[in-house]
Ligand binder design. Sequence first.
Ligand code: NAD
Length: 703
Amino acid sequence: MSDVVTLSVSDRIATVTINSPPVNAADHPVRLGLQKAFTGLAGRTDFDAVVVLCAGRTFMAGADIGEFDTGIAAPHHQDLFNLVESCAKPVVAALHGTALGAGTELAIACHYRVADKGARIGLPELTLGIIPGAGGSQRMPRLIGLDAAADLILSSKPLPAAKALELGLVDEIADGDVAAAALALARKLAAEGAGPRRTRDMAVKDGGKAAEIIAARRAQVAKTMRNRTSPVKLLEALAGSASLSFEEGLKLESDISKQLEQATEARALRHLFFADREVRKIPGIGPDLKARPIRKVGIIGAGTMGGGIAMCFANIGTPVTIVDTAQANLDRGLGVIRKNYERSVSRGSMTAEQLEQRVGLIGASLDYASLSDVDLVIEAVFEKMELKKEIFAKLDAVLPAGAILGTNTSTLDIDEIAKVTKRPADVIGLHFFSPANVMPLLEIVQAAKTAPDVLLTALDMAKAIKKTGVVSKVCYGFIGNRMMDPYGREAEHMVLEGATPEQVDGALEEFGMAMGILAVYDMAGIEVGHNTRLANPHMVPDDAGFYRCSTILTERGWLGQKSGRGYYRYDSPDRKRASDPEVIAIMHEEGKRLGISPRAPSKQEIQERCLYSMINEGAKLLQEGIALRASDIDVVYTAGYGYPRYRGGPMFYADTVGLKVIYDRILEFKKTLDPQYWTPAPLLEELALKGSTFAAWDAGNRK
Ligand SMILES: NC(=O)c1ccc[n+]([C@@H]2O[C@H](COP(=O)([O-])OP(=O)(O)OC[C@H]3O[C@@H](n4cnc5c(N)ncnc54)[C@H](O)[C@@H]3O)[C@@H](O)[C@H]2O)c1
């Protein structure tokens, strides 16, 4: 018998146990083991029912994602689960933990399902750009109905056991030991002399309304999952469950799966799946390095960021003390925090007790001495170097030895801040994104002297507060904002040239960005970028058109949503953005005044100028060593900047377009646009000319 799958028969009940930590994924050894077990059972008569269960913390929680790139060796999941379903005696699955993907497909190929009350069951394949390819698209509608199956798979969210019971996805919920409950059901079925109850023999109960259901779901997909192929193909497969025989349906599922697995969307999503894990691999951080404990946290500044960051820690039960300069600032900050939590309570995502508990973990003080026992401080005061230096000197005087001094600065030189302390090795950048309690990205900025264990602690802390921590070295804007600079510059400039904000944002949103950049500026406040440029004149090029629109809007006090107008107007009752002819006329006039030749950039040009300038900057970041990997940049952009995951992030996208294509286009722009912005980064040039990719560059560095 295989190591990972065992078969035992006792009292005429066969038990097939999968034991392949950590999550019992349906990898090749597990499939071989299951095949052997069920082929073995087919030749035996000494049992009347079968229980399938998994050891460890969960039922099978998916497939082996690496196999999609290397090729899936036989037995294929679909054939294997057909074998399980074909068993002549009733097969009962015992579900605990999270049954996901192939795990759920195995469960529904079994004849009965008993779930632990904490179990969750889902088919999240679309998050990988594929559809359930092991019978799931054909069995799930037969089991719970077409509409419910569409809902489950389109959402990619696992169902709690109680909901699964309600839908008929599971037969029983076990109050205690799920394996014992499954065994009891198997015994009962055996005693009754029950035969198999195969999902494939069931009719799709709402199959008569398939045309309407699929049409409604298609409309939903067109609206909410723009540019995606896998959801469209999923609906094709689901429709097949109602119109085709089971065998034909499986064939359709398998044909679609094969197409999708190697398509760009799935490759992009797999790339990010691995990239999200790779961010923790940092030179100098070996397996023996120990992180420092974070038991208590201090925050300096009770403003927008300080408050959000405090919530991140309170949410995981870590006590926080916020220090500000005046009681009124503290009161206002704590008030905002309470309001945010109250919103969660009214939405039902948090109880009133949890609110009190979390608020109770957040203390406030005017005195730095109250930080004498914290393990970590995160400074989030105004973006002024002198102020930050003053605060770090004060922190240096009061913090215990070994405490970590973090700054949330967006633009300032962390090495310079670290110099005012006697412990620069303990200083690090912790760049949160607004709203800090919501945004999943944390840029961890490694300064010249940051100690490896401080970096490791920051990575662990990011994970603890459920954020993706990506390491950047020190530079103006770090990874994310530095790449945003050329992207926004082009977007704004095109408005001076004659495009409308809608055309620019529309083209970017059509590409898949969560929001066009000009609308983002309106949301964040147009003055934010403007003030940063004022404070950093050395970063502003000799170009009268550089972020000129932002300057004009800021000077007029049209700061975006908060002032009711910015690039757009926001004065309709629904506060949706609306075109502002006055702003458009002002900008076009300004363009002419500056001698910018008017042009009407096409959708393609808008996308290329914004996205390629960003990629070019990304190549510079790699060459300068600011970002460790192209895949890290992709994580930053998909986690923090609304870049579409299904395109894999800017650097993966560049590889799919072809670096030579991008390089050539940049050279063309160099001829027709401002050449100071359009010189290919040396790394982009090198890779483009030798026909290479950023992925290959990453792989070369990994060796
Ligand atoms: N707002 C964002 O979107 C964003 C995003 C990332 C990073 N950041 C950075 O975070 C930092 C804070 O930004 P914010 O938007 O939260 O600012 P904010 O103006 O909302 O809050 C700053 C707070 O710091 C307090 N403060 C000022 N001097 C202080 C001192 N000496 N001691 C203690 N408290 C003091 C102020 O009273 C205020 O409550 C800045 O460095 C900013 O660049 C901001």
